[in-house]
Every structure is written in structure tokens, then in C-alpha cells.
Design a protein around this ligand. Structure first.
Ligand code: PEP
Length: 263
């Protein structure tokens, strides 16, 4: 039997000042991370100080970037490469977050290029997928997830997929206070795992962590994380509140999923 270690990530988005970032970083050094992976995704400009603060505290908390460019270097004003991120002590990155897709214009193909670059650079890559309300109401949830997952992994090398984490984040649930029911989320996660098995193999699909994101709070985290195919969460708003984030991490700690195939 293989186990999927729970994973909880806090996406700070374009929030915090330098001082607030320091305080949040100090706060996330606290939770015991023995049987869970905890990650924070601060704004680019605070990655250096957050990663230094966590290193100094001896914290196992993973520091990740909210985005990256898929190219090596060059005349690309404002962009940040994978090598720059690893230089700063980053070991993870988000790709395909709904705000990047729907507000900042990242296409399915660009998300695939960024995902391949993150994984190929040795970063843990949280590939975010999820349907809009319109797509959900049209009954297209699984089809959208499948399309985004296939495009997101189209350029990735099979050998790099050990560092893949998928985050299912229905767009209508992000930052809205609305959450998918545990049953609906479980159904979406099971379908995503099925697509992963088709794209890779059963062993990889069973070992890959699939996180739920969308208005996760201390009050709904345990029920969501208790679902067999939900392996933790990607948290936006509540990750800016250290007590709420710690409670969500705690809810994930005792939900290690066992899978039937060894990895
Ligand atoms: C997110 O930004 O990934 C997210 C899930 O946000 P929130 O928890 O605020 O809905």
C-alpha cells in the first residue's frame, strides 16, 4: 500500500506588505509538519525574505512561487525564470491558477509550457484546473478538467511527474465563500485521477496528490479532506489568517489517504 501525504498550500496572491509577510512566515513555522507537507506562495518580491525566515527557523514549510516564465532568460521584461526561483530557495510553483487563466490570460498551452518548465527544473508543481460556473451549469465540469489536465501535462516528461500535485479549484468557489459539496468535489477528484491514470499509469495516478481549493475554511476543511481522493487543499483567503491556516493544516494532518498500488 502506498500513502499520499497530505499537502496544504497557502496562496497569498497579491497581498501582504513586507512586514506582514514576515509575520505570516513566522506564524507558519509553528505547525508540526511531521505527517503533512505545508507550502506558502508569497508574492515574488517577498520570496527571498520568507524563504530566509523559514530557513532560519528550521521550518520544513515549502516556499513556492505563484507563477513562473517557461523560458530560460532574455528580453522578457517583468518575467521570472525557474532558475531565479530556485536561487531564492523556492522549491515549488503554481501553474494555471484560475486568476492567471481568467484575468491574466494564460492559455491552456502556456500553462502546459510553464508546468513542464517547473517540473523539469525540479520544482514541485501545483497545476491548477477547474471549471467556471457557466461550464458547471452546462454539465461540463469533468470535460473542462480533463482538457486542462491534458494540456497542462502535454509538454511534461513522464519522469518528472513525481513532483506533480494537481489542484482542483472550481472557479466559482474561489474567493466567493461558496464551496463544492464534499460529494461533488470527491466526484471531480475521482474523475481527475482517472484521467491521470489514462495519461500516465495507475501507479502514478494513485500516488499523485489532488488538492481541493475554493473557499476552504476551518469549518469545512475536515469534511472535504475526509474524502478518499482529496489529499489536502490550496487555500487563498484563509491562508492570510495564521490561526485559520493552522486549523486547516491540522484538519489535513490526520487524513492520509492509502492507495492500493505501491509507488
Ligand atoms: C485560491 O486562490 O487558490 C483559493 C482557493 O482561494 P480561496 O481559498 O480564497 O477561495
Amino acid at each position: 500500500m502506498a500513502t499520499r501525504r497530505p499537502f496544504v498550500g497557502g496562496n497569498w496572491k497579491m497581498n501582504t506588505t513586507a512586514r506582514e509577510a514576515d509575520a505570516l512566515a513566522r506564524a507558519v513555522t509553528a505547525p508540526a509538519a511531521d505527517d503533512i507537507d505545508i507550502a506558502v506562495f508569497p508574492p515574488f518580491v517577498y520570496l527571498d525574505r520568507v524563504s530566509a525566515a523559514l530557513r532560519q527557523a528550521g521550518s520544513p514549510t515549502i516556499v513556492g512561487a505563484q507563477d513562473l516564465d517557461h523560458r530560460d532568460n532574455g528580453a522578457l521584461t517583468g518575467q521570472v525564470s525557474a532558475a531565479m526561483l530556485t536561487d531564492l530557495g523556492c522549491t515549488a510553483a503554481l501553474t494555471g491558477h484560475s486568476e492567471r487563466r481568467h484575468i491574466l490570460g494564460d492559455s491552456d498551452d502556456l500553462v502546459g509550457l510553464k508546468t513542464a518548465r517547473a517540473l523539469g527544473s525540479g520544482l514541485i508543481c501545483l497545476l491548477c484546473i477547474g471549471e467556471t460556473l457557466e461550464q458547471r451549469e452546462a454539465g461540463d465540469t469533468d470535460a473542462v478538467n480533463e482538457r486542462q489536465l491534458r494540456a497542462g501535462l502535454a509538454h511534461a516528461k513522464p519522469a518528472s511527474l513525481d513532483a506533480l500535485v494537481v489542484a482542483y479549484e472550481p472557479v466559482w468557489a474561489i474567493g466567493t465563500g461558496r464551496t463544492a459539496s464534499p460529494e461533488d468535489a470527491q466526484n471531480a477528484h475521482a474523475a481527475i485521477r482517472g484521467v491521470l491514470a489514462d495519461l500516465t499509469d495507475n501507479r502514478t495516478a494513485q500516488a499523485t496528490r489532488i488538492l481541493y481549493g475554493g473557499s476552504v475554511k476551518p469549518s469545512n476543511a475536515a469534511e472535504l479532506f475526509a474524502q478518499p481522493d482529496i489529499d489536502g487543499g490550496l487555500i487563498g483567503g484563509a491562508s492570510l489568517d495564521p490561526e485559520a491556516f493552522a486549523a486547516i493544516c491540522q484538519a489535513a494532518t490526520h487524513t492520509t489517504s492509502t492507495t492500493s498500488s505501491a509507488r
